[in-house]
Design a protein. Structure first.
Lengths: 202, 253
C-alpha cells in the first residue's frame, strides 16, 4: 500500500485519481500507524515552505518519514514535497527542511532573466541528466507540467533532470530510495502517469 | 524552454456541454467527461470548463460532473463561471479544479482576488476579461460581454495582477466569433502591462491564426478557443504539427 502523507497542505484529489488510474492502491493519511505500514510514501504539497515544514515538524510526521526512509521505504516528494526533502529553504525567510537530500531552495526572482514570468507555469521538456528507475518508461523530449516560484540549488549530488527556464532549473532529484519531482506528475498527462507507475515499481 | 499551450474551452449548462459538438468516435458529444478525456488524449495542454448554469440545482450537478471530469484527465483543469465568493473557489477546487477563473465576480468585488490568492496561491487565480474597443480605449464588459462596465481594461488587468491574479485570459469581443485571427493589438497591450502568463482568446479561425499569434507576440503563453475545436475545423494534433513546422515549441504527446 502506498501512503500519500496528508499534513494539511494542498489538494490531493488529482494525485489520488492518477494513482487509481494506474491501478496503484493508495491511501491519503496522516495516521502514523498507517504510514508505518506503508510500503511506499508520497509527500505532496503546495503552498509556502515555512508553513508546510512547520506542520510536518509539529505533527511528528517528519520523524516517521525519516525512520521509514532509513529502513529503505521508497519516498517521492512532489512540488513543495520535493523541496521539503532538502536542508533549507529561503522562501520568505529561512526554514529547515527534512534534510534528506543535500541542497537548498531559493526563489526565481533575481536569479532568472527579468523578462521571464514568475511563477514558472506550463509544460517544459524534461532534460534527464542521470538515469533513474523513475524514468524507465520515458522518451526523449517528454514534457511535464510545472507550477512554482522557488527551486532547489546546490543539489548536484541528487540531480536527475532539469528544465530550461532562463537557466537549467532542478526538475527531478533522486538518491537511493528518495525521489523528488518539482513538476506535477499527476498533471503531466501520460508522461506523469508513467513516472508514478515507475515509482510504484521501484 | 516552456512550450506554448493550446487550450480548448467548454461551456457547460446543467451538466451538459453546449454548442453542438461534432466528433467521430465519441458516443456522447455533450458529456463533459467524454469530451474532457477526448481533448486530453488529443494533446490539449489544459482544459477550461465554463459553467453557464444559472440555477443552484444546476451548480450542484456541475460540481458532481466536474469531479468525474477531474478523475479522468491528468492535465491542468481551469473552472470558471459563477465564481463570486471564496466558497465558490472552495467548491470547485475540492472537485479537482487546479485553477479558478473569475470575471464578473472580481468586477463586483475586486477583493475576492486578494482573498483567493492569499488562501490558494497566485497560481490558482485566473482573471478572465472580456474586452471591446469603445471610444478609443479597451473597455471591460460584464455579463458575458453584454454590459459595458465603463472600466478601462488594461488598467483593470494590471490591478488584478497586483491584487494577486497569477494568469490572465483576455477575450476580445471585437474578434470573437469572427474567425479572422486573434486581436493582436489588444493582446500586445495586455502583455506589455503585466508579467504573468497571458492566454489569448477570441478570433481563432485556423491553425495559421495560432502561428501568427505566437510569431507576432512571442511571449504570449497560450491560445484558447472553443468552436473551431468543437466543430473539428482545427484538430489539436494538426495544429500542434503546424506550430512545430513553424518552429514554435509545443508539447508532443
Amino acid at each position: 500500500m502506498l501512503a500519500i502523507i496528508d499534513y494539511g497542505v494542498g489538494n490531493l484529489f488529482s494525485l489520488v485519481s492518477s494513482l487509481s488510474a494506474i491501478g496503484v492502491d493508495a491511501v491519503v493519511t496522516s495516521d502514523p500507524e498507517i504510514i508505518k505500514k506503508a510500503d511506499r510514501l508520497i509527500l505532496p504539497g503546495v503552498g509556502a515552505f515555512g508553513d508546510a515544514s512547520k506542520k510536518l515538524f509539529e505533527s511528528g510526521l517528519c520523524e516517521i518519514i525519516k525512520e521509514k526512509v532509513a529502513k529503505g521505504t521508497p519516498l517521492m516528494g512532489i512540488c513543495l514535497g520535493m523541496q521539503l526533502l532538502f536542508e533549507k529553504s529561503y522562501e520568505y525567510g529561512e526554514y529547515e527542511g527534512l534534510g534528506l537530500l543535500k541542497g537548498k531552495v531559493i526563489g526565481m526572482e533575481g536569479t532568472i532573466p527579468e523578462n521571464l514570468k514568475i511563477p514558472h507555469i506550463g509544460w517544459n521538456e524534461l532534460k534527464i541528466v542521470r538515469k533513474s528507475p523513475i524514468f524507465k518508461y520515458l522518451n526523449e523530449g517528454d514534457c511535464v507540467y510545472f507550477v512554482h516560484s522557488f527551486y532547489a540549488v546546490d543539489c548536484e549530488e541528487s540531480l536527475l533532470a532539469t528544465a530550461e527556464y532562463g537557466k537549467d532549473l532542478t526538475a527531478a532529484v533522486g538518491k537511493g530510495n528518495i525521489y523528488g519531482c518539482q513538476f506535477h506528475p499527476e498533471k503531466s498527462g501520460n508522461v506523469g502517469l508513467k513516472i508514478l507507475k515507475a515509482f510504484s515499481e521501484v | 524552454m516552456i512550450t506554448k499551450r493550446i487550450i480548448p474551452c467548454l461551456d457547460v449548462r446543467n451538466g451538459r456541454v453546449v454548442k453542438g459538438v461534432n466528433f467521430e468516435n465519441l458516443n456522447d458529444v455533450s458529456s463533459p467527461v467524454e469530451l474532457g478525456k477526448y481533448y486530453s488524449d488529443c494533446g490539449a495542454d489544459e482544459l477550461v470548463f465554463y459553467d453557464i448554469t444559472a440555477s443552484s440545482d444546476g451548480r450542484k450537478l456541475f460540481t458532481d460532473i466536474l469531479k468525474e471530469v477531474a478523475k479522468n484527465i491528468f492535465i491542468p483543469l481551469t473552472v470558471g463561471g459563477g465564481i463570486n465568493t471564496i466558497e465558490d473557489f472552495d467548491r470547485v477546487l475540492k472537485c479537482g479544479a487546479d485553477k479558478v477563473s473569475v470575471n464578473s465576480g472580481a468586477i463586483k468585488n475586486p477583493d475576492l482576488i486578494n482573498e483567493a490568492a492569499r488562501k490558494y496561491g497566485n497560481q490558482c487565480v485566473v482573471i478572465s476579461v472580456d474586452a471591446k474597443r469603445v471610444d478609443g480605449e479597451f473597455r471591460v464588459f460584464a455579463k458575458g460581454g453584454r454590459e459595458d462596465t465603463g472600466i478601462e481594461a488594461i488598467g483593470w488587468i494590471k490591478e488584478c495582477v497586483q491584487r494577486g491574479a497569477g494568469e490572465v485570459v483576455i477575450n476580445s469581443i471585437d474578434t470573437d466569433g469572427v474567425k479572422k485571427g486573434f486581436d493582436l493589438e489588444m493582446l500586445k497591450a495586455v502583455r506589455q502591462a503585466v508579467n504573468v502568463p497571458v492566454i489569448a482568446s477570441g478570433g481563432a479561425g485556423s491553425s495559421e491564426d495560432f502561428v501568427t499569434l505566437f510569431k507576432e507576440i512571442p511571449d504570449i503563453d497560450a491560445g484558447l478557443a472553443a468552436s473551431i475545436f468543437h466543430f473539428g475545423q482545427v484538430k489539436i494534433a494538426d495544429l500542434k504539427q503546424t506550430l512545430k513546422d513553424n518552429d514554435i515549441l509545443v508539447r508532443s504527446i
